[in-house]
Design a protein around this ligand. Structure first.
Ligand SMILES: Cc1ncc(COP(=O)(O)O)c(C=O)c1O
Length: 393
């Protein structure tokens, strides 16, 4: 309890309601508390622990790199093995014209970089984003996020950002020859895991091409295999001009990146030179962890298990209190109708040894985003706990 007391006293808080759960260690699909209990993890650090906790290949990659060298130089100056291998493997694993990657330290930072890149390349000033989108909390990322309650107190933010409605083609006329880029999450996360309608993304990409705007897809959450493909845009028959990733990319370490064609990306290297710079982006330790994660996601066959696992969740989670389940693959949002009730369910699940969470803007949705490595038995065990809690009152 001393740890919890110090946590609330010395570590800046984001709400008045943090759980303050004390972690002893974590392994596979479980987090072990200092209370001696084990907790099945259906959240994976909010879609970040792609391969579960402390996957041996990830831990070994970090250890090996730590023994060779840590930080040696700012981003972009020295040729270091792991960042280069990571960027090369990303280029091989994604369709053209995605061929070159800029490595940064977090999702929000990658979003900021991608917006700068689009403005710099097109020479245009306006940005189109989406209502109810979430792209992170730096000023740039917050400016393109579509939830007024989260932004109001932090104005002024970036000017010339227009918000349109997800899945509404009627709004396409707001994308014009003045638009530098259209930025959206392939699957809207904080809004409750909303999936694009069939052909919506194709039509959106066409509109961008018509007016010469770049399409930026934020795959920070659905990327790295979470929907059964390396990136979820692969389900929808399009390729973005700029792809943004983070979260699950690191296998448990902080990272972000944006990818594009060489032609677009090179515009950050001149006029002015050093158009985007970072000290720790491309850090070798982080790159070693991300490379090991990417290699395992690509080679282990894990992505092929995602569809079956989604099916199992949907078969098991049938209950009169569940109104519907949004999402795709292993990013599922279970609608319990009432925010206060959903928070209570999450609390009760925790007491019974299961970690679930809720959606940032839609608290009535229970978040299920486990590690991709979760087993069918663990899925059954966790869903059993959820159903028990739903039966309680
Ligand atoms: C879709 C999406 N974009 C951007 C971000 C911001 O990433 P980070 O928290 O690493 O800055 C997140 C994080 O939750 C996200 O889910």
């Amino acid at each position: 309890m001393e740890l919890q007391k110090d946590f609330f006293t010395y570590q800046a808080q984001t709400t008045k309601f943090a759980a303050g759960f004390e972690v002893e260690k974590a392994e596979g699909s479980y987090i072990f508390g200092t209370d001696g209990k084990q907790y099945l993890d259906f959240v994976a650090g909010v879609s970040a622990n792609t391969l579960g906790h402390s996957h041996p290949k990830v831990v070994n990659a970090i250890k090996e790199q730590a023994e060779k060298y840590l930080h040696v130089m700012v981003y972009g100056e020295y040729a270091q093995e792991k960042p280069v291998a990571l960027c090369k493997l990303l280029a091989e694993a994604t369709p053209d014209p995605l061929e070159i990657t800029y490595l940064v330290n977090s999702g929000a930072e990658a979003i900021d970089g991608s917006l700068k890149l689009a403005k710099r390349y097109t020479g245009r000033e306006e940005i189109v984003s989406f209502k109810n989108s979430y792209h992170g909390n730096t000023h740039g990322a917050l400016s393109v996020s579509g939830n007024e309650a989260h932004k109001r107190e932090f104005r002024p933010l970036l000017p010339l950002v227009n918000f349109i409605e997800f899945n509404n083609e009627a709004d396409f006329d707001k994308i014009t020859e003045k638009t530098a880029c259209v930025i959206l999450e392939t699957i809207q996360g904080a809004a409750g895991f909303l999936v694009p309608a069939p052909d919506y993304l194709k039509k959106l990409k066409n509109r961008c091409e018509e007016v010469g705007a770049l399409l930026i897809l934020d795959e920070i959450q659905p990327g790295f295999g979470r929907t059964g493909k390396l990136f979820s845009f692969e389900h929808f028959g399009i390729v973005p001009d700029i792809l943004v990733m983070g979260k699950g990319m690191g296998g448990g370490v902080p990272v972000g990146a944006f990818m594009s064609s060489s032609k677009i990306m090179e515009s950050l290297a001149h006029s002015p030179k050093l158009g985007h710079i970072t000290t720790f982006g491309g850090n070798p330790l982080i790159a070693a962890s991300s490379y090991a994660t990417l290699k395992e996601v690509l080679e282990s066959g894990l992505m092929d298990t995602v569809e079956e696992k989604e099916k199992l969740f949907r078969e098991l989670l049938i209950h009169p209190k569940i109104k519907n389940i949004n999402g795709k693959g292993l990013m599922l949002a279970v609608n319990l109708g009432i925010p206060e009730y959903t928070l209570e369910v999450a609390k009760r699940c925790m007491e019974k040894g299961l970690i679930v969470f809720w959606q940032l803007y839609r608290n009535e949705y229970l978040r299920i985003s486990p590690p991709l490595t979760i087993s069918p038995d663990e899925i059954r065990k966790g869903c059993q706990i959820i159903l028990e809690v739903l039966n309680e009152n």
